[in-house]
Write a protein that binds this ligand. Structure first.
Ligand code: PMP
Ligand code: GLU
Length: 398
């Protein structure tokens, strides 16, 4: 066998695959509307681009320290203090090639073969595969009630912990559900985490994309005991529309961050020097760009939820964060089109792509049967047209 067991166990990223498929169909002249991509449709703000152009012109084009430049790590410390009430020293920060890379480093650094990592479902597609890549075992916590935003409770966490549990992956605001954990919910989880001495990765990449006056809390900020067990992951991709620049970061106990830096030193070395300058400008510059983007997402969110709820067979709760809706389509499963049954979310996704020319992501990719994920990080016009198409196509199911 040419391919290693470890690589064979990994599925491709469904979110990226669907986005690539929609883009390829568009390039082939097919009029597809993409709700697949989890990336803001706005351009990167100009002051951030200018910082990168200046970095190139200044010759800032060489290796930097593996874990990132001191100035960027200082800016991250400052941001974590101001926004999240987190106190870290620069030795507790690592800059990586995107939050995905930070997650990889953290999981790879902490997990040994056979150790279990708890992942509440629905979860972002990459968590499960990242855990497998590290040789650990993903343990999916299923059947969390939709009425409570599928949020993990202390009780369910307690029940899922075994002697092999190494850590929990928590994501608030959540991709794909948009759920936001309240402070009391995090306090209850932290109590169990501390009692059982497991670790938690807190993926806070959508912290700024939040609505309805909800407030984002970092679990690490609750008390020193939980901070010692938490690796906070964040980045600039979503907040500043910088997905292509590939800058993310992690903060946590010094011993863990140092080990993550050792791993990174052999895998990628530093993240791109130019992108680090751009991220520095983003984090330490004017934050108005975020307010404008979030206001646009907010109005799209309300529109898309209302349109989806008007389609018979679909029900869609209002998400409080991120830029996804996660409608329940279980009432459409069992229907058929031209004699072909719509058995599950994969079949519905295929039907919508072929018949409505609309790309969405099946809920099964996120560990949830009977749901779809639509990203509303696309133009108002696309959202309106796309919803018309979905409505018309669904009406043709019998
Ligand atoms: N976490 C979540 C929940 C995400 O949706 C994404 C989006 N790709 C990431 C992490 C990774 O972001 P990045 O582009 O910084 O790698
Ligand atoms: N996080 C985004 C998504 O869920 C981007 C694609 C990816 O990296 O998975 O669609």
């Amino acid at each position: 066998m040419i391919i290693s067991k470890r690589a064979r166990a990994i599925s491709p990223s469904m979110t990226l695959a669907i986005d690539a498929k929609a883009k390829q169909m568009q390039a082939d002249g097919i009029d597809v509307i993409g709700f697949g991509a989890g990336e803001p449709d706005f351009d990167t703000p100009d002051f951030i681009k200018q910082a990168a152009i200046k970095a190139i012109n200044d010759g800032f084009t060489k290796y930097t320290p593996v874990a990132g430049t001191v100035e960027l790590k200082k800016a991250v410390c400052q941001k974590l203090k101001e926004d999240n009430s987190l106190n870290y020293d620069i030795s507790q920060i690592i800059i990586s090639c995107g939050a995905k890379h930070s997650l990889f480093n953290a999981i790879f650094t902490l997990c040994d073969d056979g150790e279990e990592v708890l992942i509440p479902a629905p979860y972002w597609v990459s968590y499960e595969e990242l855990v497998k890549m590290a040789g650990a075992t993903p343990v999916i916590v299923n059947d969390l009630p939709e009425e409570n935003g599928f949020k993990l409770t202390a009780q369910r966490l307690k029940e899922a912990i075994t002697p092999k549990t190494k850590m929990l992956i928590l994501n608030s605001p959540c991709n794909p559900t948009g759920a936001v954990y309240e402070k009391q919910e995090l306090e209850a989880l932290a109590e169990v985490i501390v009692e059982h001495k497991i670790f938690v990765i807190s993926d806070e990449i959508y912290e700024k994309i939040i609505y309805d006056n909800k407030k984002h809390y970092s679990i690490a900020a609750l008390h020193p005991e939980i901070a010692d067990l938490t690796i906070v992951v964040n980045g600039v991709s979503k907040s500043y529309s910088m997905t292509g620049w590939r800058i993310g970061y992690a903060a946590g106990p010094k011993e863990i961050i140092t080990a993550m830096s050792n791993v990174q030193s052999h895998a990628t070395s530093n993240p791109t020097s130019i992108a680090q300058k751009a991220a520095l400008a983003a984090i330490s510059g004017q934050q108005d760009c975020i307010t404008e983007m979030v206001a646009a997402f907010d109005s799209r969110r309300k529109y898309i939820v209302q349109r989806l709820n008007n389609i018979k067979g679909i029900s869609c709760p209002m998400p409080h964060g991120a830029f996804y809706v996660f409608p329940n389509i279980s009432n459409l499963c069992g229907k058929s089109f031209n004699g072909k049954p719509i058995t599950d979310s994969f079949a519905l996704t295929e039907f919508l792509l072929n018949e409505a020319k609309v790309a969405v992501v099946p809920g099964d990719a996120f560990g949830a049967k009977g749901y779809l994920r639509l990203s509303y990080a696309t133009s108002d016009k696309n959202i309106e047209n796309g919803l018309d198409r979905i409505e018309n196509a669904v009406a043709r199911l019998i």
